[in-house]
Design a binder for this molecule. Sequence first.
Ligand code: CO
Length: 616
Amino acid sequence: MNMFNTFGITDTTFRDAHQSLLATRLEMKDMEPIAAQMDQVGFASMEVWGGATFDATTRYLAEDPWERLRQFKKLITKTPLSMLLRGQSLVGYKAYADDVVDAFVERSATNGIDIFRVFDALNDEWNLARAAAAVKNNDKHLQMTICYSVTENGKMGGPIYSLDYYLDRAAIFQDMGADSLCIKDMAGLLSPYDAFDLISALKKVVTVPLQLHTHYTSGMASMTVLKAIEAGIDVVDACLAPLALRTSQPAVEPLVVTLQGTENDPKLDLDTLIDLGDYLESILPKYREYLETPKASVIDAKVLSHQIPGGMASNLVSQLREADSIDRLDEVLEDIPLTRKELGYPPLVTPMSQMVGSQAVSNVLFGRYKMVSNQVKEYLTGMYGRPPSKVDSQIKEAVFKFYDTSEIKTINERPGNLIEPELKEAEKAVADITSDVDDILIYALYPTTGMKFLRVKHGLDLQKDTLDLNADGDPSENHEITATGTQEVPVKSLKTRSFNVFIDDTFYKVEIDPVDQNMISISDGIRNPEPSRDSNPTLHGSSANSDGELKSPMPGVILKYLVEVDQQVNQGDPIAVLEAMKMENTLPSPKDGRIQSLTVEPGQTVVKGDLLAIIT
Ligand code: CO
């Protein structure tokens, strides 16, 4: 494949652009009409799949992601198609078994992907190895990807994310058989002059082509892209103007004009691009509800000062609001850099951004590391791979002191080695519905929502009865994220829209069915609160819990109980698993005793303070 012979532009309109701005909701029927024309533009490649598309199509759109890919391949015959792949986590949020990785890459290649952009949130080659090998086995283009992060002050440098760090990662990734390398700046943190230094240095030692993927979030991306081009970058990512800027990519049109007549002229036709943009403008109004437009500014200047990705910050706001603690946002924003440092400076990209963010919320609400999600515990054992820097040993001790250590062992090998094969079991689980390998993979990746999708696809259920179609796009999706919630939501009409409404300082959530214009529900008004600090629940032997009542410390979904009625338990034994802030949290018994009753159904949504169990 020769797509990297001259300077080129990768178009992200059909994947990252609408993932970033519209919660990945663009439907295939709205992209199809211009796919063939996009193919004629002359892009180096087109990113059309992967990231959150697989999850969003099955969870929200009732659209077969494999069919989408095949359709793109049919319509786009010249331009190589690329996808984003999260290493061992593929297009999901957890590590999958090697047999699932192999099968998924093979099917993606067969269905139409030419370029696999493979990354890991921790830049750990252990998590990339299997997927990378699978891409090579299928004779496809392997683009190994380095997530860009900063240590502390927004600049490249410091003890972790120095130029040497990136040179080291690049050398290792290139040796794994990369056909090209990509710097992936998911939060728009790469500043123009750092980009120049980084790309210049990489070009001296890297022999394969180099690509830059960045986001406009902080407002620097257009300048950063230009400096990267001056430093000799081979390919940059951009997208059509209607889906550009904000948390998406830089717009392609001004870039084309900027480069006209230079040695890096991509020679793309401006009028064609403008026509294509006009088409997008014609279909985008119906997606407007997903566009976050609370502010006049299209950039998030605060990212420049606190380095917290824009989407992650808005996620924290909604989490704190649900927990009735929005007044503590500043404390959480202060806790995040500390928590990140203690956890070994992970880049704030999926799933680390959710883990660090929800841990900071817990730290502020319940005391530092008093409540720790199962995901963070697994991270501390090494199941997510190796952090860029050492985890604070005191934190590790604190976490393991509070929780059952018998289930926690520290591993020091490729985490994928420890996962039993999963494909056969997935095949059995859907045997009554389908034997198609693509279907089996949908289930293997997303057992809960995937099964719902397959039942709809094969006519066993009606779409509206099963699919989770609330309009709450996860704003943090602009970093290759989506909501990971396995939680069930109440059945709503397909088109239900929900609005957050403030009247004076009282907040209401209003749901409206636009088809018959009826208001479906309106939540109780929540006054913008000044909650008393001492009313916050604590988890371990607190006075609130010592009477033997286990109450929910925050809103969420009870996934399951780990005990049965009449069972004897000791204080601290795990009683229930609460999913909150997309993390699973094991809730411990407040005292020694016998389980008298378990008071909610697994799958049930609870609010802060709901009774979960009585121990006598
Ligand atoms: Co991106």
